[in-house]
Design a protein around this ligand. Structure first.
Ligand code: GCU
Length: 421
């Protein structure tokens, strides 16, 4: 008898736990929540001017996202060196220049290297550039035999021929659908891309990758308030910026950081922290990216921390099933990018990333853009599918799945031409 009561109790407990991990996809079940006002400081002071935003509110928000969400970078690095390891003046059928640059970061007598693949339009002397990570190696973004294949660990993806966590010739060009490189070049833009696995392999292991360079003696993993994977990826986007800012053929005042999904989260955080990025594009970045956490729609804080315990700071776990305790929400991450152009995009079938939460986040960040006289999203009613709103803050929701498509790039490029020409 006692045994039955006990096991019934255990089953009930497990079900309750599971219920917390079942995603909600019903708008009617979105809880009522108080969204923090980006223009009121933690000590309840009203922000009325762009300078008080910059002096008071921006720093305290950065500080919160650093210590509680993405984690702090433990100190600075000792040095970085860049070496052009390959280049051509007639790539892509003579339309572009190509460079592959090896960046080597030094810290505590340890080093980490990664390769930047850069395409630049031949006819432009100082080109604006999209900068962003790819998921499966530089050689996947276009079918160009000159692109060096990374030796870094990769997530497997059989659909593009990646098994044994190893990148091979087999996947060359197989992700070109996600990178409208010819379109960029035609519009006069360049592309700089990096394989994110060279910065920190995407697995729950802190012995390798960038974190390990920063450890104090005997340290095995970041402390609770220190960076996770996304923090490391974001930080290294700034190291790539260190290179592009000094490339004479790049216009350093027009570098737009871009990212899809987990890499969209990294792009937003990099853009928030590093004001050298002239603009930011978040493609389907979802939970911990553009989407409001307090809606608890699709992926939640608990789910992301459970499935990817190494992405955020240890402190972020305090908010598992306790989103209401968060004194910030993701619209304030977006607001940290103001007054610089920001594009948030969603996909209709990507409910896991909560398109409506991504849209509302851009809408609520607009108050900060207004302070700077910049136009954002003026209505809280979502636009129809494939009907972009393109202001300094831009948004679209397209048909289709979680992905980066030709349609997405068509919009980003059109918007970027308007914002940065
Ligand atoms: C998972 C994860 C998301 C993430 C996505 C991706 O679905 O839950 O948060 O954005 O992977 O990076 O593709």
């Amino acid at each position: 008898m006692r045994y039955y009561i006990l096991s019934a109790f255990v089953i009930l407990a497990l079900q309750t736990m599971n219920a917390q991990f079942v995603a909600n996809y019903e708008e009617s079940k979105v809880p009522e929540f108080d969204l923090p006002d980006p223009l009121t400081t933690f000590s309840k002071k009203q922000i009325l001017t762009s300078s008080s935003w910059n002096e008071l509110r921006r720093p305290e928000l950065i500080n919160f996202f650093e210590s509680q969400v993405f984690g702090k970078v433990p100190g600075t690095f000792d040095g970085i060196a860049f070496e052009v390891v390959e280049e051509s003046n007639s790539a892509l059928g003579g339309l572009a220049k190509r460079r592959q640059i090896k960046a080597t970061i030094t810290k505590n007598s340890k080093t980490l290297s990664f390769l930047i693949l850069l395409y630049l339009p031949k006819e432009v002397s100082r080109a604006p550039v999209f900068l962003g990570y790819n998921f499966h190696g530089n050689h996947t973004v276009i079918n160009d035999p000159a692109i060096i294949i990374s030796k870094a660990w990769s997530l497997n993806n059989e659909s593009i021929g990646i098994t044994n966590h190893t990148l091979t010739e087999e996947s060359r060009g197989l992700r070109s659908g996600r990178w409208a490189i010819s379109r960029m070049i035609e519009a006069g833009f360049g592309l700089a891309t990096i394989y994110y696995g060279e910065i920190d392999p995407d697995k729950n292991d802190f012995t390798d990758g960038l974190h390990s360079l920063f450890y104090t003696e005997g340290q095995k993993r970041p402390a609770k308030e220190e960076w996770g994977g996304i923090g490391a990826w974001a930080w290294a986007l700034s190291r790539a910026m260190d290179y592009v800012a000094n490339d004479k053929e790049v216009d350093k005042s027009r570098v737009i950081v871009f990212g899809h999904s987990r890499l969209g989260k990294a792009a937003l955080w990099a853009g928030a922290m590093d004001e050298r990025f002239a603009g930011v594009i978040s493609n389907d970045s979802g939970c911990g990216g553009a989407a409001l956490s307090k809606r608890k729609f699709g992926e939640t804080v608990a789910q992301i921390n459970e499935n990817f315990p190494y992405w955020f700071s240890g402190n972020f776990k305090k908010y598992n099933n306790a989103e209401e305790e968060l004194p910030v929400d993701q619209h304030e991450l977006l607001a940290l990018i103001a007054p610089r152009p920001l594009y948030v995009a969603s996909a209709k079938e990507d409910q896991w990333a909560d398109p409506k939460g991504e849209f509302l986040s851009a809408y609520y960040a607009t108050a900060v853009y207004s302070l700077f006289g910049e136009a954002g999203i003026s209505s809280n009613k979502m636009p129809g599918v494939n009907s972009p709103i393109q202001n300094t803050v831009a948004y679209h929701i397209r048909t289709g799945k979680h992905d980066v498509t030709e349609y997405d790039w068509e919009q980003y490029i059109k918007w970027a031409v308007e914002q940065f020409d």
